[in-house]
Design a protein around this ligand. Structure first.
Ligand code: FES
Length: 145
């Protein structure tokens, strides 16, 4: 474990990513490590997800993680109350790394589907998943279709 400060100087930097563009390099997200925080425009993702009002061009927080080798991206918004999940910027996983956890009231979600598996979220709730693609050492936010 390194004693170096953990990304404190870049915690406030969350790039706004347009559909079709690179979110970050593959090397930016270690397996079971910290997530990568970024922003998306609701108009870019509206056709991919339910519950987003595409008439309002809002900027929304999002993140991606790598879990068991696969990258997954979600809006950074708990299904219980619309609050950001991470308990420290970029820290989305439970201690045993088996689930995504919300810092507010401990709702837990499956990393690969975003399905809520415990906590106070309504039955059947899940995180809003974003379409991403990893290729040639980079991770892209897919074009809305
Ligand atoms: S806001 Fe996430 S569990 Fe309540």
């Amino acid at each position: 474990m390194s004693n170096e400060p953990q990304n404190t100087e870049i915690d406030d930097f969350e790039p706004l990513i347009q559909a079709g563009h690179v979110i970050c390099s593959s090397g930016s997200v270690e397996d079971l490590g910290d997530g990568f925080r970024f922003m998306v425009r609701s108009s870019d993702i509206a056709s991919q997800v339910h519950g987003i009002d595409h008439r309002v061009d809002a900027t929304l927080p999002a993140f991606l993680i790598r879990h068991d080798g696969q990258v997954h991206a979600y809006l950074n918004r708990c299904a219980h109350v619309a609050m950001e999940l991470d308990w420290q910027p970029g820290q989305f996983l439970t201690q045993d790394k088996s689930a995504i956890i919300c810092a507010s009231h401990d709702a837990q979600y499956l990393p690969d589907t975003g399905e809520c598996i415990s906590g106070p979220c309504p039955r059947g709730a899940r995180l809003i998943k974003l379409d991403i693609e990893e290729k040639e050492g980079q991770i892209f936010l897919c074009q809305a279709v």
